[in-house]
Design a protein around this ligand. Sequence first.
Ligand SMILES: [Zn+2]
Ligand SMILES: [Zn+2]
Length: 247
Amino acid sequence: MTAPVMERIPAERWYRTQRLADDVTLIDEPWIRAFYRCNIWHVRGREHDLLVDSGMGVVSLRRHVPLVSEKSCTAVASHTHFDHIGCHHEFGDCRVHPAEAAILAAPTRANTLAEHYVSDEIFDGLPPLPYASATYGVRGTAQFRPIVDGDVLDLGDRQFTVIHTPGHSPGGIALFEAATGILFSGDIVYDGPLVDDVSGPDLADYVASMKRLLALPVTVVHGGHFPSYGAERHRAIIRDWLARRDR
Ligand SMILES: [Zn+2]
Ligand SMILES: [Zn+2]
């Protein structure tokens, strides 16, 4: 018996966009199974737009999601795992924490974790040819600027403050809009199984990041994976995590 051949999805059907409240749009890749499927966040600003993460990069985001090219757009990397930076090379204005800048510049299958996670099993439908899981990799981003804790990304009418959140990865960052309480958390916390199998200094970093996020007056959290949630759920997820990991 041979396994059935998985369908190839045409590029124009690869992405899905859902407009949420407050000029925030969720772009995702529905043919990737939930645990591996990155949330790509687009925020419309008066002067500039903001993109938080860019998916696996198996189909051009700029060609197939016109929204991201409507205005000058700053593409931030919440961190540099393969599922979050695949299309950053398509943007002229990219930002990354210095601790992961080398990975954004020269990603490999190892340093982006693609080698560990990517196989045909993570899909319900395969990306268009010439995609192949065995040779998949992320393209390097030539131009980017560093962002560090406390920096503010100003869209003209909206301001997002950078919070360095090491733990899931050394250069993880979250973005917080104080005026609305919107938090883009990346992979440090979301409403699903967290990749938090860390110990030693990484665990200490993770705990410190979680305590910091717990103290924020959030109203809604848009995470790196899984659906968004509100303040009460935010506190419950973090308190539960701290009860298990902060010993
Ligand atoms: Zn990650
Ligand atoms: Zn991720």
